[in-house]
Design a protein around this ligand. Structure first.
Ligand code: ZN
Ligand code: ZN
Length: 332
């Protein structure tokens, strides 16, 4: 009997009678992180990393029953030993490790291996059964180093400012926005925030995170903004809200920007392949380092990647059909 299986509600541990990132209301839900495809409404009791607690309160409301836990501190649920470990994806993001009768399972949730200086860096865990996302599980996805991208973003902002343009940077309000903000060069100009980003930053203040930037308000004089950078969610693209920031240039920060054509589809001036997921190389390293004999793949190019892993590493690789979806991460 497998320790984790998929049923109509989500990823289920029968022995412990709990779910991980379920998509339908259940009694006990362990939550890897605050993106809306993983943290959904309607659970009786939520267990998540303590830095995810204010995000959960912001997005799901304050009346929920929530228990915040620390990284690396095991606890038991019906005889199953459970612990949360850094996934390096966004602040509070966790891999969940289960151990029962000597068998170890790890569910990565969403993760990346390259540290972003904001979220706790990914921790490699040894296990027998490894459940991994593979959002960018194709060899074409090889992202530049993040430090190179931070520099490119600042250089572009600076040159826009010198030509009298504002710079609008799009990134998911939870995760990407904080990653961008932490690496902007404040000497270039003023930093402003879309309300959705400001809300997340304020929630994270409660657990000790501080990010630069001023919340944009309706009564703000936009004429006075010159050469500023504005960080906004991708959903602000092509809205009246952003048009008021003219003259501006728009840049999209997303792993998808690595492929030609993605920038044009979003109708932005520039794309930065700044990702909060693993690229092809990182996924391969993660699977190898887990030492797992069984690997299960969730959202992404799971069929191709499973075939590749089985051939390349002689592991049992299977696809797990879930409702996780990177494109959904923004809503909430
Ligand atoms: Zn995510
Ligand atoms: Zn996801």
């Amino acid at each position: 009997m497998a320790l984790l299986t998929i049923n109509e509600n989500g990823l289920y541990c029968k022995q412990g009678d709990f779910y991980i990132d379920p998509w339908r209301p259940v009694k006990v839900a362990l939550i890897t992180h605050g993106h809306s495809d993983h943290m959904r409404w309607g659970m009786k009791h939520y267990i998540c990393h303590q830095h995810t607690v204010p995000i959960l309160r912001l997005r799901l409301g304050i009346e929920q029953s929530v228990q915040g836990v620390e990284y690396g501190e095991p606890f038991e649920i019906n005889g199953v030993s459970v612990s949360f470990h850094p996934a390096g994806h966004i602040i509070g993001s966790s891999q969940i490790r289960l151990s029962y009768r000597g068998e170890v399972w790890v569910f990565t949730g969403d993760y990346k291996m390259e540290p972003d200086g904001v979220s706790a860096p990914f921790e490699s865990l040894l296990c027998d059964h490894f459940i991994s996302e593979c959002t960018f599980g194709l060899p074409v996805y090889r992202f530049p180093r993040a430090t190179v991208l931070y520099q490119a973003i600042n250089d572009w902002w600076k040159s826009n400012a010198q030509q009298g343009y504002n710079t609008v940077l799009y990134g998911y309000s939870l995760g990407k926005a904080q990653n961008i903000l932490a690496h902007l060069d404040k000497s270039i100009g003023d930093i402003y925030l879309h309300g959705a980003v400001a809300n997340v930053n304020e929630a994270l203040e409660e657990v000790g995170f501080h990010f630069p930037g001023v919340r944009m308000t309706t009564d703000m004089d936009r004429q006075s903004m010159e050469g500023a950078v504005i960080v906004a969610p991708p959903s602000a693209n092509n809205t009246p809200w952003v048009k008021k920031l003219k003259p501006y240039r728009e840049g999209m920060c997303s792993g998808w920007m690595q492929l030609r054509g993605s920038r044009r589809r979003r109708s932005v001036d520039k794309g930065f392949a700044l990702s909060d997921h693993c690229d092809w190389n990182q996924l391969n390293i993660a699977v190898e380092q887990s030492g797992a004999s069984h690997v299960y793949l969730t959202h992404g190019y799971e069929v191709n990647f499973a075939r590749w892993l089985a051939e390349r590493y002689q592991v049992e690789a299977a696809v797990l059909k879930t409702l996780y979806n990177d494109e959904m991460e923004e809503e909430g």
